[in-house]
Design a protein around this ligand. Structure first.
Ligand code: TRP
Length: 342
């Protein structure tokens, strides 16, 4: 996308992170059913836009082993971390503080450990790690998040999240616990909550947990991206909370993710909606079209799911829009008959 400065190095980093499973030919069926993307590709790209700045390009990556299994993949991911450390200066203080919580001997879920590689113009690549709060089973998720926030210095944040965002048992669930591998003074700690069958009422309540959030933007963002304000009955709306050092009483930032691919007929419709949102927030539409062109390998109206999620970031560190783009390495989902889209 022309902003990573050193493409060869960035691709090398991606290959290191994919691990031995990254050598698996894409002409065959996936050797491991990665949850990173709908077609089980272990990579998903995203572009984060903010006013008057070049976009940030990111890749969510699941490491897999030569013979993938839950535990072999965690071992491969830890081996990848050793390699990444040799290439970049990573700080694993917070990672080390919580890893035993999220990487138990017995893994109850296929997803245990993903990476995000973050490429920003003029800066060294950054690395973020995602853990699964349900890795010890769904009942243990709240306790794990509480303990992990405590160990990273954000104990006071837990009740704030729980009371605003996790109010409907079985429907509001902790989906990710994420950490920047940076010095704790700069590293964000992020907690994600999925809201099954929710709408603006639930999400507005969830957004109020964070400082500096203009909750009036929520209904409009839902309408522009999802074409509705209630009954997101397909893939769930997701909230994420950002905790920053020096601001421990409550989250410093909030993002809302709309899984736009379940609420459009095809990617042409998704693109039009994203462009409307970009216009509304004064963001440069060409930046989005450039990112889309870099990833798309088919006409947009011939499939759905290339544009997977759209998120609105509010509060600190910086407000903006992020768009998640599937690589569709293995498969393309067919457009939906328009009549099915309410
Ligand atoms: N594919 C999963 C999902 O859609 C996980 C995921 C990948 C995700 N990228 C994401 C979740 C971006 C939220 C936002 O849930």
């Amino acid at each position: 996308m022309g902003i990573t400065g050193n493409t060869v190095k960035s691709v090398g980093l991606l290959a290191e992170t994919l691990g031995p499973g990254g050598l698996h030919p894409i002409s065959e069926n996936p050797a491991w059913p990665s949850g990173v993307a709908d077609d089980h590709s272990p990579v998903e790209f995203s572009a984060a836009f903010e006013a008057d700045r070049p976009p940030t390009v990111r890749a969510i990556v699941e490491t897999s082993a030569t013979r993938p299994s839950r535990s072999a993949n965690v071992s491969a991911a830890l081996a990848a971390l050793d390699r990444l450390r040799r290439r970049e200066s990573l700080d694993t203080t917070r990672f080390d503080a919580v890893r035993d919580l999220f990487l138990p001997a017995r893994l109850e879920h296929d997803f245990a450990f993903w990476y995000s590689l973050v490429f920003r113009a003029g800066a060294a690549p950054a690395v973020k790690v995602y853990f699964n709060p349900e890795v010890r089973g769904p009942e243990a998720a709240g306790g794990l998040v509480r303990e992990a926030l405590g160990r990273t210095g954000f104990a006071a944040g837990f009740p704030v999240l729980r009371d605003h965002a996790v109010t409907r048992p079985g429907l509001d669930t902790y989906s990710f616990f994420a950490l920047d591998l940076l010095d704790p003074r700069q590293a964000r700690v992020k907690v994600y909550v999925s809201h099954q069958s929710a709408g603006v009422t639930e999400v507005t309540r969830a957004a109020k947990a964070a400082h500096g959030v203009d909750v009036d933007r929520v209904p409009d963002f839902c309408l522009l991206t999802g074409g509705r304000t209630e009954a997101f009955d397909g893939r769930p709306l997701i909230s994420s909370y950002t905790f920053l050092d020096g601001d421990v009483a409550a989250p410093s930032g909030y993002s809302l993710y709309v899984p736009i691919r379940d609420y459009v007929a095809d990617d042409e419709e998704a693109r039009r909606r994203v462009l409307q949102v970009m216009a509304k927030y004064g963001l440069d539409p060409a930046q989005f079209d450039n990112a889309l062109r870099a990833v798309a390998r088919r006409p947009l109206d011939e499939g759905v799911g290339l544009i997977a999620h759209v998120s609105l970031r509010m509060g600190r560190p910086r407000p903006g829009i992020t768009v998640y783009l599937s690589s569709e390495a293995y498969d393309v989902a067919s457009p939906r008959p328009v009549s099915l889209v309410v």
